[in-house]
Design a protein around this ligand. Structure first.
Ligand code: ATP
Ligand code: MN
Length: 148
């Protein structure tokens, strides 16, 4: 027997405009028996390392601000999806984004990953951003890549 292919959706986002392009595709699955949408933001630990070059206090302040910003963004996305009638949950992890996305997809045993082709960098010449490139290459899960 096939189980529902859209039951549990993972939506990894960096809150960029390009990542936002995936949202209509999530909403478009309404009525396809979606039971849960997990919104995931990964705080890139390598980004934090860069800040470590400044003073320890500066790094800590920047990290706290960053986390606060992410909490606000993810909460408003969850509200938006709840407003559309979805059971939306959110997760914030720290690490290498593509690794965390693949790990959460496995651990939560999601049915589908929906993500943007590009993110914050949005480099014109790139066919895919590096996070999406790595996720598509390395996950066993189906991925819906929404173009910018
Ligand atoms: P690059 O990061 O390689 O310079 P980019 O920023 O244009 O390029 P990606 O980072 O690969 O592209 O972003 C593509 C998609 O990956 C985004 O639309 C989003 O769905 C997901 N994504 C990117 N960064 C994160 C993150 N930190 N946490 C969760 N999802 C992310
Ligand atoms: Mn990026």
């Amino acid at each position: 027997m096939y189980r529902n292919m859209y039951e549990k959706i993972l939506y990894p986002t960096d809150f960029s405009e390009a990542a936002g392009k995936a949202i209509p595709y999530i909403i478009g699955l309404k009525g396809a028996d979606v039971k849960e949408v997990i919104i995931l933001y990964v705080i890139d630990e390598r980004g934090i390392d860069t800040f470590r070059n400044s003073t320890a206090i500066d790094a800590l302040v920047i990290e706290r601000e960053w986390e606060g910003h992410a909490l606000n963004e993810i909460a408003s996305l969850a509200e938006k999806l709840k407003g559309q009638g979805f059971n939306a949950t959110s997760q914030i992890e720290k690490g290498i984004p593509f690794r965390e996305i693949i790990r959460v997809a496995e651990e939560e045993d999601v049915s589908l990953i929906i993500m943007g082709s590009h993110g914050k960098s949005d480099i014109v010449e790139m066919l895919l951003g590096s996070v999406t490139d790595n996720v598509v290459r390395k996950t066993q899960k189906p991925v819906l890549v929404v173009k910018r």
